[in-house]
Design a protein around this ligand. Structure first.
Ligand SMILES: Nc1ncnc2c1ncn2[C@@H]1O[C@H](COP(=O)(O)OP(=O)(O)O)[C@@H](O)[C@H]1O
Ligand SMILES: O=P(O)(O)OC[C@H]1O[C@](O)(COP(=O)(O)O)[C@@H](O)[C@@H]1O
Ligand SMILES: [Mg+2]
Length: 352
């Protein structure tokens, strides 16, 4: 078999671990020829494909390294028109690919699903995201690393907040899902956690900060980039018009700072964690999970189970139809036990 491997969407710690595991399994168990497609679906677009052979040696020594040796794209749109679809179809044919392992998030899986339908390109999906927002997958690699980085940042912010008696806002990534803000907020002992799933009431936050001004004299707020005040709109950093998912979020921490400051005696400062959450080497947990995902993707390929995405459900590695994942997002349910726990121990979630 000749198998293509690509990484799509935002990069994420653990991608190289998946590339390594899937390639080694395919070579060792199936005697496959593996081709790395460069820069996500972009490598299958244009007049000629851009690929590099993935040999055993090529994927050795990359387990622990962040990012992706294949490069990635979070704006390529092969579904754009008949011309781009024809390019992909021709390039897949020229390369003689039997199947493409698409390692990526909701967007990449949506594209994989769309291409299977439009040009018959066979795909096996592997979920990746620091946002942990892929449907039917309780945990993707990259998330644990991002939580660890954001938690470390919150700890560092706390000592300076305490010294200056400030209200410190820490903004995490996560798009429209609050998993990263919630788990980092809990692990980093945030006093207030604001999530995209729960619109916040400004007065409630002011009240909590004022009460803490009297007692602890500092407050830590952890806010997910997709959070918003009740009645207000999302904070959009940038619009990428040609992308199917054009809104790039960011900056809500600063918006909240401006709203809060006039009401408080303490100084309010905001820190946007940004891409430090996506960069760097994966944690041991993510290295193991990514290796399991890569191995399982190879089993799906070798057994001809195309159109499926590897997943983790109830602690077990398995797979689901890519169709059930495309064009959906996994958000925190209103009755999630972590939310109940947070409220019960006195963490403010922005609601009265
Ligand atoms: N609903 C969608 N349908 C089709 N393509 C999408 C969709 N959402 C995003 N994309 C495209 O998928 C690619 C990766 O999306 P992105 O959300 O950045 O990464 P991820 O794969 O990590 O979710 C980008 O080229 C993006 O334009
Ligand atoms: O690097 P960019 O284009 O600013 O994208 C930032 C976005 O990518 C992420 O880091 C990861 O999202 P994806 O997993 O969907 O790629 C989001 O948390 C964030 O909103
Ligand atoms: Mg996405």
């Amino acid at each position: 078999m000749r198998v293509g491997v690509l990484t799509g969407g935002g990069d994420c710690p653990g991608l190289n671990a998946v590339i390594r595991a899937v390639t080694k399994s395919l070579i060792r168990q199936g005697g496959c020829e593996v081709l790395g497609i460069q820069d996500g679906f972009e490598g299958l677009m244009g007049d000629a494909p851009r690929v590099k052979p993935l040999s055993w040696d090529e994927v050795s020594g990359i387990l622990h390294i962040g990012g992706t040796i294949l490069g990635t794209s979070n704006s390529a749109n092969p579904l754009k028109n008949a011309e781009t679809l024809a390019q992909v179809k021709r390039n897949v044919h020229t390369l003689g690919l039997d199947v493409v392992v698409s390692i990526g998030g909701d967007g990449t899986q949506s594209l994989a699903y769309g291409l299977a339908n439009a040009v018959g390109m066979q795909c096996v999906g592997v979920p990746k995201t620091i946002d942990n927002d892929i449907a039917n997958c309780e945990r993707s690699f990259g998330f644990d690393t991002a939580v660890a980085t954001a938690t470390e940042a919150l700890r560092r912010i706390e000592s300076t907040a305490n010294s200056h008696h400030r209200v410190m806002i820490v903004e995490t990534m996560g798009r429209n899902a609050g998993w990263l803000a919630l788990e980092a907020g809990v692990a980093g002992a945030a006093d207030i956690i604001l999530l995209p799933e729960i619109d916040y009431d400004l007065q409630t936050i002011i009240d909590v900060c004022k009460a803490r001004e009297q007692r602890q004299r500092y407050t830590i707020i952890c806010i997910g980039e997709g959070a918003k005040e009740s009645g207000q709109s999302l904070t959009v950093r940038e619009r990428v018009e040609h992308s199917p998912d054009p809104l790039r979020l960011g900056g809500v921490g600063h918006v909240l700072r401006e709203r809060l400051q006039p009401h408080l005696k303490s100084e309010v400062r905001a820190t946007v964690l940004g891409h430090v959450q996506r960069g760097g080497d994966p944690t041991p947990f993510d290295r193991v999970l990514a290796t399991q995902f890569g191995h399982h993707a190879a089993q799906l390929v070798l057994s001809g189970q195309f159109g499926r995405m590897v997943t983790l459900q109830n602690g077990a590695i398995g797979s689901v139809e890519i169709a059930t994942v495309a064009n959906t997002q996994r958000q925190i349910a209103a009755d999630h036990p972590l939310l109940t726990m947070a409220r019960d121990i006195g963490i403010c979630l922005g609601q009265p």
